[in-house]
Design a protein around this ligand. Structure first.
Ligand SMILES: [Zn+2]
Length: 204
């Protein structure tokens, strides 16, 4: 599992240290990021040269309308539909087309134990919640809150043209009311709380 930008964002903003983070392993660190408030999600964009990392963390309630592992066919389909949407960064953000950013890898999607994730993530699931390290034979134990965390990696041909981001997640996931957005590069740091009425953050 990959450490989170959000953990770095709560520390003093040192971009070089932030971008070095993927080399340091602190499993589960992102679970400590921010308070769990339904309707409120975190979004971080970090630009390093031509590489744009986009991280998103949200209560599952805001994405699915429930926070327990799917118990019905309908809930399983809701989860699969949400994951399919989240594999496209366009479900979360719109950035200037002239920046020429394209997805370079499949996104890293982290879900709590018991959820059916993408096949390549199931092996990592037992590490997610150290407080619940018992064998998950009974989903009734998981009555607590749950987050989804994901990370996209993009390559941008013209990173200088990356001047703003508009949160499209409000349209994709209508339960979202606030997205706390941060942008970091070697030249710029900007953060704001965005809403469906004011979904754009500009840094130039
Ligand atoms: Zn919750």
């Amino acid at each position: 599992m990959r450490p989170s930008l959000f953990a770095a964002l709560s520390a003093p903003l040192v971009v070089s240290g932030l971008l070095a983070l993927p080399a340091a392993a602190h499993e589960g660190e992102h679970r400590q990021a921010g308070a769990h408030v339904h309707g409120v999600a975190d979004l971080a964009l970090a630009l390093d040269g031509q590489t744009l990392t986009v991280e998103f963390e949200s209560p599952l309630d805001s994405i699915l309308g429930f926070e327990h592992p799917p118990e019905t066919k309908v809930q399983t389909e809701q989860l699969e539909a949400a994951l399919a949407q989240l594999r496209d960064p366009g479900a979360l953000i719109q950035i200037p087309a002239k920046a020429g950013c394209t997805v370079t890898t499949t996104p890293d999607i982290d879900l709590p134990p018991g959820f059916t994730g993408p096949p390549d993530k199931t092996a990592a699931a037992p590490d997610h919640d150290e407080a619940h390290d018992h064998d998950d034979g009974d989903h009734e134990h998981h009555h607590d809150h749950a987050n989804i965390h994901l990370s996209h990696s993009l390559t941008c041909k013209e990173p200088a043209a990356l001047t703003d981001v508009t949160v499209t997640a409000f349209r994709t996931f209508t339960r979202l009311r606030t997205v706390k957005v941060a942008f970091l590069s070697d030249r710029t740091q900007k953060a704001d709380s965005l809403t469906p009425e004011r979904p754009t953050l500009s840094w130039r």
